[in-house]
Design a protein around this ligand. Structure first.
Ligand code: NI
Length: 167
């Protein structure tokens, strides 16, 4: 297992569109395990492969308090969504920044599991939000993109300064 380096906004690599996974093998399972370890260590509740500079459609999520309900989504697609909710979001790629984003209240996601078998999951509330947030990463989108230009500029400046000081 290994901790992976998480890219920080506004790193242009975060704007990469991920490719579909073609084969679910041990290398992919290892990457998923490393991503989970990285997410837990951060700590965070979700991580997309894009954020660790691996541009394939792979996401890990665990919203449980006890950090014992890891969910892995390979080639996830939202096949159904309903409702609307506003909530505060943050992101491991945008450290220290939280803001309100409007998302669907419920989503149904279709994906492959680590065994390569397809599954469907109906989610609502925080899990639904987290799924939408992580799937955005796979499209090269971060939650900051939903905010006003002015806020985006401010966040970019703040994080560039922060990363310069801590590198
Ligand atoms: Ni994120």
């Amino acid at each position: 297992m290994a901790l992976l380096k998480i890219l920080h906004y506004p790193d242009p690599r975060l704007m990469t569109r991920a490719y579909a996974v073609t084969v679910v093998d041990d290398a992919l399972r290892q990457l998923a395990a490393d991503m989970a370890e990285t997410m837990y260590a951060a700590p965070g509740i979700g991580l997309a492969a894009t954020q660790v500079d691996r541009h394939i459609r792979l996401v890990v999520i665990d919203i449980s308090e006890e950090k014992n309900q890891l969910r892995v989504f390979i080639n996830p697609e939202i096949v159904q969504q309903a409702g609307e909710r506003e909530g505060e979001e943050g992101c491991l790629s945008v450290p220290g920044i939280y803001d309100t984003v409007t998302r669907a209240e419920q989503v149904t996601v279709r994906a492959l599991g680590l065994d390569g078998q397809p599954f469907e999951l109906a989610a609502e509330g925080l899990l639904a939000v987290c799924i939408q947030h992580e799937l955005d990463h796979l499209q090269g989108r971060v939650f900051v993109d939903y905010l006003s230009r002015m806020k985006q500029g401010r966040i970019r400046k703040k994080l560039l300064k922060h990363d310069r000081e801590t590198m």
